[in-house]
Design a protein around this ligand. Structure first.
Ligand code: ZN
Length: 412
């Protein structure tokens, strides 16, 4: 038996280099990893996200990412022999009371289950997610940096716990409070602020003091320890405080924090490294996004300069006013209708770049695939679907007939 040539590859008896089979992970663990990145709490109330089919106890060795759960994507999943398909759009957005195989959606459920393939959906939670969501991926593909959400989601409510402890007990207490859920800021854990000072107290006659004697003023080197506490974890944290603090009556206080904006939310606003014309920006979008029949449409003067860019994957024209108040030069989104576009062009504000819905969300697929592979320590193979699920098949350009700017209606 030949030795592997590197951690992922080995030569077979014919001398061909082949990929080692991945050890895999239970579907439940894959779902947990996806939900850690694409928090279900970020989804709209009307959305239909999460696991559609699949046994959480079964192993997943390979995952295929696609925009839409169509028959063509199921064909590809079966051909590739994957165990799980992750799509952006839900299969069953409107409630159903059955999945008969002679119904188009029911047929897909049947085909997946017969082939032993699970289906997981991350939709509006993936739109809003920070860092590896649909809108971050779209902005990054277009070269838009320093992004913030166009419509930010409030960070989870937190409190700040302030507790005084003997200096020598401080680190142990930080460990205990962290284990109970305190001290998490973004991807950082065990966050604490510690300042050393002097605590003073007089133990009463009925007390049993850890330090000091009844009726005598004590001076003790103490740490003022401050940690952020998610409100949902506060009861656990206070239980840990009373369990681990050496004093029978620990001195502590809890302060309510006002809600801060998070990095999660709809759309993104950011800057290009250098200003370019609207025409060049549209050409860039056409070059970096998947080819679709619709291509890229622009509303606005093609020669105006753009630097501040708003993007929203999917149908995002409702964010036009936010893009305008943020002084964006252009909003790139999809499914923009006639009337909102006409009204937008009647007043000063961002130009509009309208791309295919499928194209605007596609950049998320390689990003989500890569982050899942890394989060699972390389135990699963990931792939991005090669099937274009954009429904439009033909676009007839009226070449040689210049649309001009603001002259379209005059051509009758
Ligand atoms: Zn969409």
């Amino acid at each position: 038996m030949a030795l592997p040539v590197n951690e992922d590859m080995y030569p077979d008896p014919q001398g061909n280099v082949r990929a080692l089979p991945r050890p895999g992970a239970p579907l439940a663990e894959v779902v947990a990893a996806l939900e850690a990145r694409y928090d279900p709490a970020l989804a709209e109330d009307w959305d239909a996200i999460g696991l559609v089919c699949g046994d959480p106890a079964e192993a997943v060795h390979s995952v295929l990412f696609a925009v839409d759960p169509t028959d063509a994507v199921v064909d590809e999943a079966i051909e590739r022999g994957v165990d799980l398909v992750v799509t952006h759009h839900p299969l069953l957005l409107t409630p159903v009371h059955g999945v008969p195989a002679d119904d188009p959606k029911g047929r897909i459920v049947h085909r997946l289950i017969r082939a032993g393939i699970g289906l997981f959906v991350a939709h509006t939670n993936a739109d809003r997610a920070a860092d590896h969501g649909v809108n971050d991926a779209l902005a990054a593909a277009l070269g838009v940096g320093n992004t913030v959400p166009l419509e930010s989601v409030g960070a989870p409510h937190t409190n700040t716990l302030v507790v005084f402890t003997p200096v020598e007990d401080s680190d142990r207490l930080v460990d205990a409070l962290s284990a109970a859920g305190a001290g998490v800021i973004g991807d950082y854990t065990r966050c604490a602020w510690q300042t050393v000072g002097t605590g003073t107290f007089i133990p009463g006659d009925e007390t049993n003091p850890a330090i000091g004697a009844h009726g005598r003023l004590e001076h003790v080197p103490e740490t003022r320890l401050e940690m952020v506490v998610p409100r949902a974890a506060q009861a656990d944290v206070l239980r840990a405080l009373h369990e681990w603090h050496p004093y029978e009556d620990p001195g502590y206080a809890v302060f309510e924090n006002s809600q801060t904006p998070s990095r999660a939310g709809l759309g993104r606003l950011g800057e290009l490294a250098h200003p370019i014309t609207l025409r060049e920006f549209a050409e860039r979008a056409a070059a970096v996004l998947p080819v679709t029949a619709a291509g890229v449409r622009v509303a606005g003067d093609p020669d105006r300069l753009v630097r501040t860019v708003a993007v929203c994957g999917g149908s995002g024209s409702s964010l036009y006013d936010r893009a305008a108040s943020a002084r964006a030069d252009v909003l790139l989104t999809s499914d923009v209708k006639h009337h909102p576009a006409v009204e937008a062009m009647e007043v000063p504000g961002p130009a509009i770049c309208d791309v295919a819905h499928f194209a605007s969300e596609w950049p998320w697929l390689p990003v989500a695939a890569d982050v899942l592979r890394r989060d699972l320590g390389g135990r699963v193979d990931v792939a991005v679907s090669k099937r274009r699920t954009d429904p439009w098949s033909l676009h007839v350009a009226q070449d040689g007939r210049d649309v001009g700017v603001g002259e379209g209606a005059a051509r009758g």
